[in-house]
Design a protein around this ligand. Structure first.
Ligand code: UDP
Length: 260
């Protein structure tokens, strides 16, 4: 299996063909965008961390029976994935109200929802990814009723699993975005894209410190450090990812021992 031509370049990732027609390579870039491409930056090391974090999450989901496109991570920035025809809908799952939902409905930031809320956004940059209803998803044939029911069920299972995984490392899973597609090899609807601090809101459970892309959106600084913190707590910050940028430890203070 060899790496072939670039077939698609998105905001944070590139897709390359391979000699196997049903497999592609997903490459994680350091580019970050927000507010529908109006804010852009290159954040050194972000792609490496997202590759590693997303690999950890998607392989854990596979182990609990949530099928997805990940085959294996190939190197620091790339993973081999199943080629899938992506459904043009972003599925957002929310546990705590924040972000666009606060603005749209005027609900207080931080309100904890009684049960998870699933929203659908039409994937279209020119239109700014507008919120749509399940009737739109059906009317425009983006997914059939049974496919949509399956996807919603998967969203809730993924949410349950991720909430548990994150609370175990003292992180609140506030909300996140998922994408699904039809796998080329067997036509099955599977989870695709990535799950990382770029696509989730993650708050430290004690301090509510933001450990996700909101640090970029809101100019809070220390973006890579926050992503490293997530990777470290997940237990996946090995030499490869920890040398993205050295973590600065305070110098040991000299202890003076008084002579008696
Ligand atoms: N999200 C994403 N990609 C998008 C839009 C949203 O990954 O194109 C994620 C975002 O990181 C957050 C959740 O989906 O975890 C909900 O985002 P929201 O609707 O609040 O959007 P925003 O605040 O980005 O406008």
């Amino acid at each position: 299996m060899k790496k072939g031509k670039k077939i698609y370049e998105g905001k944070a990732k590139i897709i390359f063909a391979t000699t196997d027609k049903s497999l592609v390579i997903q490459h994680f870039k350091d580019d970050a965008t927000a507010f529908n491409n109006q804010k852009k930056a290159n954040i050194e090391g972000k792609g490496i961390l997202n590759n590693r974090i997303s690999e950890h999450i998607l392989s854990s989901l596979k182990k609990v029976g949530i099928d997805n496109h990940l085959i294996k991570r190939l190197n620091m920035r790339e993973q081999l994935i199943d080629l899938a025809e992506i459904i043009p809908v972003e599925f957002v799952v929310r546990n705590i109200v924040t972000g666009s939902l606060t603005k749209r409905l005027g609900i207080e930031d931080g309100t904890v929802l009684n049960k998870p809320l699933i929203e659908f956004y039409y994937k279209n940059d020119e239109l700014g990814d507008p919120l749509v209803s399940r009737e739109h998803v059906d009317a425009f044939g983006w997914a059939s009723t049974s496919e949509l029911n399956f996807i919603k069920e998967q969203c809730l299972r993924i949410n349950d699993f991720l909430q548990g995984m994150f609370i175990g490392i003292n992180i609140k899973l506030v909300d996140f975005k998922l994408e699904f597609g039809k796998r080329k090899s067997d036509g099955k609807i599977i989870l695709a894209d990535e799950i990382s601090p770029d696509t989730c809101r993650l708050w430290d459970a004690d301090t509510e410190k933001k450990l996700d892309k909101d640090r970029f959106r809101k100019n809070l600084g220390n973006i890579v450090e926050a992503y490293q913190e997530v990777a470290r707590r997940l237990g996946i910050l090995h030499e490869q990812t920890s040398n993205v940028r050295p973590i600065k430890f305070p110098k040991p203070t000299a202890v003076k021992i008084k002579k008696k």
